[in-house]
Ligand binder design. Structure first.
Ligand SMILES: [Zn+2]
Ligand SMILES: [Zn+2]
Length: 181
């Protein structure tokens, strides 16, 4: 795989390569960013082949290959390792999964095998986390139901106590009036 150092930039537009500006190689072996490549292809008459801005060699449109940036792959894999080590939120995992999927899509035929594996791993982690959170939600609703039932029972028992208290004082006053007569 072609290795680009940190801060490598496109020799046509001089903008730095990154996730949204991927390097592409053409048949002659020259490299430029996907935006420049697309604009060269776009401004070339459909009846002729576009030509390389560096050596002027014509290249077939379907010979353009996207080069996956090693740094990006390594960075993503570091993040995958972190997700595997510590507990991450579903949002963090799904964000990383999206980033890797995007990278794999833009890599086309040059998908790094390790990254495909990482994507599969993250998908498994996600499914697992979803199941966990569903189970937790179910638990939480059972706990809330039980708590409200306990509160109801407590209310009932204090109502009962008050009722008993009223009866006791009634009986006592009846007894007192008997004693007085
Ligand atoms: Zn460019
Ligand atoms: Zn060239």
């Amino acid at each position: 795989m072609f290795a680009l150092g940190p801060g490598s930039s496109c020799d046509v537009c001089l903008k730095e390569y990154g996730f949204d500006r991927l390097p592409q190689s053409i048949q002659c072996g020259h490299i430029m960013c996907n935006a420049c490549c697309a604009s060269i292809i776009g401004t070339t008459s459909p009846h002729t082949s576009p030509s390389c801005p560096f050596c002027r060699l014509r290249f077939p449109r379907d010979s353009v290959r996207t080069i996956v940036i090693n740094n990006e792959v390594r960075r993503l894999e570091d993040q995958v390792a972190k997700v595997a080590q510590k507990k991450c939120s579903i949002e963090e995992v799904s964000k990383l999964h999206t980033a890797i999927t995007d990278c794999l899509i833009s890599a086309g035929d040059h998908q790094p095998a390790s990254l495909s594996l990482s994507a599969a791993l993250l998908r498994a982690v996600l499914v697992n986390q979803m199941a966990h959170s569903e189970a937790r939600k179910a638990h939480e609703s059972i706990i809330t139901q039980l708590q409200s039932r306990i509160a109801e029972a407590e209310q009932d028992s204090s109502n009962l106590e008050a009722e008993v208290g009223r009866w006791v004082s009634l009986i006592m006053s009846v007894q007192a009036s008997f004693l007085n007569t």
